[in-house]
Design a protein around this ligand. Sequence first.
Ligand code: XMP
Ligand code: MG
Length: 184
Amino acid sequence: MAKSNLEQDILKVLVTEEEVAKRVNELGEELFDKFADKNPMFVGVLKGCFIFMADLVRATQIQSELEFIGLSSYQSGTASSGVVEITRDLQKDITGRHIIVVEDILDSGNTLSFLKKLLEAKGAASVTIVTLLDKPSRREKAITADYVGFVVPDEFVVGYGLDYDQKYRNMPYIGVLKPEVYSK
Ligand code: XMP
Ligand code: MG
């Protein structure tokens, strides 16, 4: 295990590194079965997706392409503003393509309901949503993911790509921060 000065801020571990790896491999197999003959395009939602995306595409050994989109619904802190902005648009035409959206967490649903409509408006043949984490208790929009890694309780989570104030993305597992970290 790598030396860490992040761990001291973690109250509890929700999903271990081993559990993440096992689940990502299962998701890769399911995506293989559905998309092997479809040449899909993975669209990762920056920045939270970056570690999950890297592991998921390597667990899904099919002909495919990848793209990233930058979206932001958070002004700061831990609550959704409800307004979604495109901070970096797709660089490729997606007309007629089968899109696999890769997201870190489905929370209020504002981000993914905006993105799904956007991709459909851009002419996608299909939009499939894969989210590492699902926090159904906080949903504001009627949206469900097609593939979910783990359902998590209503707590702010960090690690494996997910941040608090841009930090903790590089932790290899998913955890909850100590309350005092927020009041620093
Ligand atoms: P919505 O509310 O639009 O949220 O479904 C999606 C985006 O909000 C961020 N988010 C979180 N980030 N821990 C995080 O580090 C969380 O518990 C959390 N909840 C929401 C995340 O960027 C996601 O893409
Ligand atoms: Mg995000």
